[in-house]
Design a protein around this ligand. Structure first.
Ligand code: APR
Ligand code: ZN
Length: 257
C-alpha cells in the first residue's frame, strides 16, 4: 500500500478514533486559525507591537484599560465574522459518534471565541472564559454581550465602574469547577486529541501529560512541534481544518470501497 502522508495520518487517526470509548480533546487558538481568527504566538500573532502577556493581564488593564479593550474589540469583530471550520465541525461529528455508542466525549478549549459551541459541540468546557462575557471590574455584575461594536466603549457596569472581558488572564486562576472537570476528563480518557495549541500556557498545557500518565493515547494535530509532540503517539503535522477535511475524504473513500 502506498499512502501519502496525509492519507497515512487520516488512516491512523481514524483507527484510533473508531476504537475509543472515551475521548478528551484540548484545543487552542490554532483550531480557529483557518476561520480567520489569529493565534497568539507565531506568525500573525502580534497585535500592534504587543505580546499577549502584555495585554491579557490584570496589571495591563489597570494601567491602560482602553488599550486592552481595543485589542478585545478588534478580536470580537474578527470572531463575529468568522465561521466554524472543518475542524470545529469534525469534532461535532466525533462527539455524536462517541456519545451515540454510549462513550464519553469532552472538549476542553482554551479558546474564548465560542466557535466550538457555534459549530454544535455540546460537552464543551471553557478553560479561559468567553470573549462575549463581560464582568464588572469592581462588583459581581456579569453579562453576555454580543454587540460589535460595543457601546458605550469601553463598556461600563450599572455601578459606573468599567467592565472587563470575562476571560482568564495571566496570573489569574482558572474557574475551579471547569478545571476539576477538565482534569477528571483528561485522567479518564482513552484518547487525548490535542489540536492547535502551543502548550506553553499552564495549567491547561499540563492536561495532555495528565492523560498520557493515566494511559491515554495522545494524538496531536499541529503544523509545528510542541512539547506535546514529544509525548504524542501520533503527531499529525498539518493544519487542523486540513487534517479534518482529509479525514472526511478518507471516510468517504472507505465507505465507497
Ligand atoms: N491548525 C492547527 N494548529 C495551528 C494552526 C492551524 N491552522 N495554525 C497555527 N497552529 C498552531 C501553532 O503552531 C501553535 O502551536 O496553534 C498554536 C497556537 O498557539 P498559541 O497562539 O500560543 O495559542 P494557545 O496555545 O491557544 O494559547 C494559549 O495563551 O494568550 C493565552 O489565554 C490565551 O488561551 C490562550 C493561551
Ligand atoms: Zn459593577
Amino acid at each position: 500500500m502506498n499512502l501519502s502522508a496525509m492519507e497515512l495520518s487520516s488512516e491512523q487517526l481514524q483507527a484510533v478514533l473508531i476504537s475509543a470509548k472515551s475521548i478528551c480533546v484540548l484545543t487552542g487558538a490554532g483550531v480557529s486559525q483557518e476561520s480567520g481568527v489569529p493565534t497568539f504566538r507565531g506568525p500573525g500573532g502580534l497585535w500592534r507591537q504587543y505580546r499577549p502577556e502584555d495585554l491579557a493581564a490584570p496589571e495591563a488593564f489597570e494601567r491602560n484599560p482602553l488599550l486592552v479593550w481595543e485589542w478585545y474589540a478588534w478580536r470580537r469583530e474578527l470572531i463575529q465574522r468568522a465561521q466554524p471550520n472543518a475542524a470545529h465541525l469534525g469534532l461535532v461529528k466525533i462527539e455524536e459518534t462517541v456519545t451515540g455508542r454510549d462513550g464519553q466525549f469532552t472538549l476542553l478549549t482554551q479558546n474564548v471565541d465560542g466557535l466550538h459551541e457555534r459549530a454544535g459541540s455540546r460537552n464543551v468546557i471553557r478553560l479561559h472564559g468567553s470573549i462575549w462575557q463581560l464582568r464588572c471590574a469592581s462588583c459581581a455584575e456579569e453579562r453576555e454581550d454580543y454587540s460589535v461594536p460595543l457601546a458605550p466603549f469601553p463598556p461600563r457596569c450599572s455601578c459606573a465602574s468599567l467592565m472587563r472581558p470575562g476571560v482568564v488572564w495571566f496570573g489569574e486562576p482558572l474557574p475551579e469547577d471547569s478545571w476539576q472537570k477538565a482534569a477528571d476528563a483528561a485522567a479518564a480518557c482513552q484518547v487525548f486529541l490535542v489540536i492547535g495549541t502551543s502548550a506553553l500556557v499552564y495549567p491547561a498545557a499540563s492536561l495532555p501529560l495528565l492523560g498520557k500518565r493515566n494511559g491515554a493515547r495522545v494524538v496531536e494535530i499541529n503544523p509545528d512541534s510542541t512539547s506535546v509532540s514529544e509525548i504524542a503517539d501520533i503527531a499529525v503535522q498539518s493544519k487542523a481544518a486540513e487534517a479534518f477535511s482529509a479525514l472526511a475524504r478518507f471516510d468517504r473513500q472507505k465507505e465507497r470501497a
